[in-house]
Design a protein around this ligand. Structure first.
Ligand code: 7MF
Ligand code: ZN
Length: 879
């Protein structure tokens, strides 16, 4: 916990390290009640920092220093200074060896940062600044060292001892103990260090690289989970192949390991050669994991694997550059998922997520650029802006350069910077140099926060056969940034004729049309493009594929949106037209208008269209989420939003009953006829089936109830069973609801990941009494406050996915959340800080709710010693 005033760190203050660490030799002695860490560091004065020998200041937190020696001379107490976060000593030469021994307590580490215990195993999480809780070190990503790690522990309790790189030696030690030594030949920053010890089982496979080397692949889990690894292993092999084919990147060590742990603050971590995963991001079986969970495993395995090049071989100079590896790697994993599944559906999901969540972050008190320029606690900057908007920025670069130009750029980037710790500017420079491009204006995407608005207007001149599109961009003020300069906004577009076909596109000054779908670069605050040779008034299809992360507006009528929904050659824009239509209709209903039946009719033709991918039908049938409607509102009324959406959904269900039943029955028949498969076409079929069931259940008819019960009882997979459970839980069939919840619990109570979904389904139910249900569930033995997955499943789902109950008018939801944050602040600051997100959005609600939310933030601020994580978010939210 913080005892002094928290310090703000600024990008402009960056300085290269005074000393470098050439070699790191670690020895861990793991015990039940303590761990001893012996470190031998070969250091050197950084030649780029000039002459003189300044003091050596090492990072270290919560370490009990037992011994320290310089070049084998034990230092006396007066020869060094130990402070809360550091150890300072005076080197006597340019190159020297520092030995330290410290005692740490992983067995009582509830923050899950550094070395800690999860269940019966030891494991680590060092990114961003967790290594300093393991030993005194230069814990910054621009200090890269080769590591040799020896782990010693009880042989019976910890038969498996792992660290980064290759195993080089092992043997027995006294008292029933044993040891193993690992060597990682690739220099790496400390944040990529990993250690695991436990009684683990593994599955093994091998992969032959393009150049013919065989790599051993091993996934480690606790014994009960050994049967849930095939999907992750398949995903890993696909990822390795894809990175060779699409980016020309091969794996570099002889072994690649993944370990699944139950207590983990995030999804996973890319430690060199030894990825550590939240078990929710590895384990998958048809019986226990949904299609979405399978796809999440595939994407996260890929993401962490891709970091081996975008993150490990080329790493970040400092943590302000986090998006260098994260934005790029999210872009890479999105490309992979897109190639493995339906590209349009993947894009729809990503854009819906970005618009709902990242746009909200960019409009709130924690808004920051993709490359932040200051922070108090770096853990708070693993954000949707750094990850998802960062990926959109890389995607725009890909759009501007084209696939070949982009590949030339990444080849140069990896070749030029292999083994280095670099910046976002270095990344851009490589893309520029490989293509002769100039991205100086484009780079504003890295430094300016906020979501740009792009207002478009049109002017057709029938006599001159010209069509003008005028773009006006603006960007609202964000914390610390009152004004902005224009962005480079790539706008992919087409112009539809009266039959819905794309017209050939010829801009003024061009001698001939150049295709019927192209990318315009909008670079000025106001800019007009004139198309010539346009035979009729066209309908523009703008920002196809969501070619830039902006809020685009064009004054479409509802008829025009319906037309685009049916005819746009861009699948993403067909979906988006439907969403815009639904938003208009729902916003009308929120303001008291009746449901516009044009929306219902448009959805009817979508539902009846057998030629469409069923996954697309399911996407198009789902109305914009409550959270997205909140984001779009100037001042959100949770009750009105929920009511309008529910009313629209019921009316759609009534009106489309026959076609929904028909699509439901034929999909369910197909599901019954074939065993579960996580293939794209089966996933698509189930998504439509479950979307239809969700609608039909709103009618509260016995026929639908029986269908849900049948699906719950008979389905051979979690995707169908969970959808049925969720439909029943959100229905008024009280008896059936209680029965299926109890049955589900009995069947799966020993499986923590399934229990997470059991908690989430209940926590997100909008029916009255939500808070009381959540409080009762917190008393259930399956709920464990120290386990982040449980906190997310119950408390997180309630605060983020249960609009009406969380925003109860009496403030009870806010008070409950603040209570949990105050407790978690001491146990696990990162989790506490992440739970704050919904309270930071107080400006979105009316005066009464604003006051209640602010009061809870004030109460947290006054609750005692706050972690830097919680302090930063609370204080910035109140500022
Ligand atoms: C896919 O980025 C996309 C994002 C940091 C931890 C994993 O590899 C990571 C780690 C956080 C938030 C999201 C993700 C990760 C982290 C993540 C995982 C899979 N370097 Br915090
Ligand atoms: Zn990552």
């Amino acid at each position: 916990m913080r005892t002094d005033q928290p310090q703000t760190i600024y990008l402009k203050d960056y300085q290269a390290p005074e000393y470098l660490i050439e070699e790191t030799r670690l020895r861990f002695e793991l015990h039940d009640d303590q761990t001893l860490v012996h470190a031998e560091l070969r250091l050197q004065r950084n030649p780029t920092r000039g002459a003189g020998l300044p003091p050596l200041v090492l990072h270290g937190e919560e370490l009990e220093l037992l011994a320290v020696a310089l070049d084998d001379q034990t230092l006396a107490a007066g020869d060094y200074q130990v402070e809360a976060g550091s150890l300072t000593l005076q080197p006597q030469g340019e190159a020297f060896v520092l030995k330290t021994s410290v005692r740490i307590h992983p067995e009582s580490n509830t923050a899950l940062e550094g070395l800690y215990v999860s269940g019966t195993m030891f494991c680590t999480q060092c990114e961003a600044e967790g290594f300093r809780k393991i030993t005194y070190y230069l814990d910054r990503p621009d200090v890269m060292s080769v590591f040799t790690t020896t782990v010693e522990a009880d042989r019976g309790k910890y038969p498996i001892l792992l660290s980064n790189g290759n195993p080089v030696a092992s043997g027995d030690a006294e008292g029933g103990r044993h040891w193993a030594t690992w060597e990682d030949p690739f220099p790496k920053p400390a944040y990529l260090f990993a250690l695991v010890a436990g009684d683990l089982r593994s599955v093994e496979d091998s992969y032959r690289t393009g150049s013919g080397r065989d790599v051993t692949l091993r996934i480690y889990v606790e014994p009960e989970n050994i049967g849930k690894l095939q999907h992750a292993m398949d995903s890993l092999k696909k990822s390795m192949r894809w990175d060779e084919e699409v980016y020309g990147r091969e794996y570099d060590l002889d072994i690649f390991m993944i370990v699944a742990v139950n207590d983990f603050n995030m999804g996973a971590m890319e430690n060199k050669g030894l990825n550590i995963f939240n078990s929710s991001a590895v384990l998958a079986s048809p019986r226990t994991a949904t299609d979405a969970a399978h796809q999440r495993v595939e994407a996260i395995v890929a993401h962490e694997y891709f970091h081996n090049w975008s993150g490990n071989r080329v790493t970040c100079r400092d943590w302000f550059q986090l998006s260098l590896k994260e934005g790029f790697t999210v872009f890479r994993d999105a490309g992979f998922s897109s190639d493995m599944n339906s590209p349009t559906v993947k894009r729809i999901e990503d854009v819906a997520f970005l618009r709902t969540n990242q746009f909200a972050e960019d409009a709130g008190p924690m808004a920051h650029p993709v490359r932040p320029d200051h922070f108090i606690e770096i853990s708070n900057f693993y954000t949707l802006t750094v990850y998802e908007k960062g990926a959109e920025v890389v995607r725009m670069l890909h759009t501007l350069l084209g696939p070949e130009g982009f590949r030339k750029g990444t080849d140069l980037y990896f070749e030029r910077h292999d083994g280095q710790a670099v910046t976002c500017d270095d990344f851009i420079r490589a893309l520029e140099d490989a293509n002769g491009a100039d991205f100086s204006q484009f780079k504003r995407w890295y430094s300016q926060s906020g979501t740009p608005r792009l207002a478009v207007s049109e002017q057709y001149d029938a006599a001159a056969r010209t069509y003008r599109l005028t773009f006006r961009q603006s960007c609202p003020p964000t914390p610390g940034q009152p004004t902005k300069e224009p962005f480079v906004i790539p706008v992919q577009l087409g112009l539809l004729d009266g039959q819905g076909r794309d017209l050939p596109l010829r801009l003024e000054g061009e001698s001939a049309a150049q295709g019927s779908d192209r990318v315009l670069s909008v670079t000025q605050a106001e800019q007009t493009f004139t198309f010539v040779d346009v035979p009729e008034q066209p309908l523009p299809s703008l920002l196809r594929g969501f070619s830039a992360p902006v809020k685009l507006s064009f004054p479409y009528s509802r008829e025009q949106l319906t037309f685009l929904m049916q005819h746009d050659s861009d699948g993403f824009n067909r979906w988006d037209a439907g969403q815009q239509l639904a938003v208009q209709v729902l916003q009308g209903m929120i303001a008291g208008e009746p449901l516009d039946t044009r929306l219902v009719e448009a959805l009817r033709s979508v539902a009846a269209d057998d030629s469409l991918d069923p996954a697309m039908v399911a996407e198009m049938l789902s109305l914009p989420s409550e959270a997205y409607l909140v984001e779009l509102a100037e001042q959100a009324d949770p009750g009105a939003i929920h009511g309008a959406r529910r009313q629209a959904r019921r009316a759609i269900a009534e009106s489309l009953r026959d076609v929904l039943w028909q699509r439901y029955r034929s999909a369910r028949e197909a599901s019954r006829a074939t065993p579960y498969q996580a293939s794209a076409d089966h996933i698509a079929r189930r998504s439509l089936q479950n979307a239809a069931l969700g609608y039909l259940m709103l009618l509260e008819e016995p026929e639908a109830r029986d269908a849900a019960l049948e699906q719950f009882e008979d389905a051979d997979n979690m995707t169908e069973r969970l959808a049925a459970l969720s439909a029943l839980v959100n229905s008024g069939f009280e008896q059936e609801k209680a029965e299926v919840l109890a049955r589900f619990f009995e069947e799966f109570k020993a499986d923590p990941l399934v229990m997470d979904t059991w908690l989430s389904v209940q926590a997100s139910s909008p029916l009255p009494g939500g808070l009381a249900r959540v409080q009762a569930l917190m008393q259930n033995p399956v709920f464990i406050l120290k386990n982040p997955n449980k906190v997310r499943a119950l408390i997180g789902a309630f605060a983020n996915a249960n609009l009406v109950n969380f925003h109860a008018e009496d403030g009870s939801g806010y008070r409950f959340l603040a209570d949990q944050i105050i407790t978690l602040n001491r146990l696990n600051p990162q989790i506490a800080s992440r739970l704050l997100t919904p309270l930071t959005r107080w400006k979105k609600y009316g005066p009464a709710r604003q006051a209640l939310m602010r009061a809870e933030l004030e109460r947290i601020l006054a609750s005692g010693e706050l972690s830097s994580d919680v302090y930063e978010v609370v204080s910035k939210s109140l500022a």
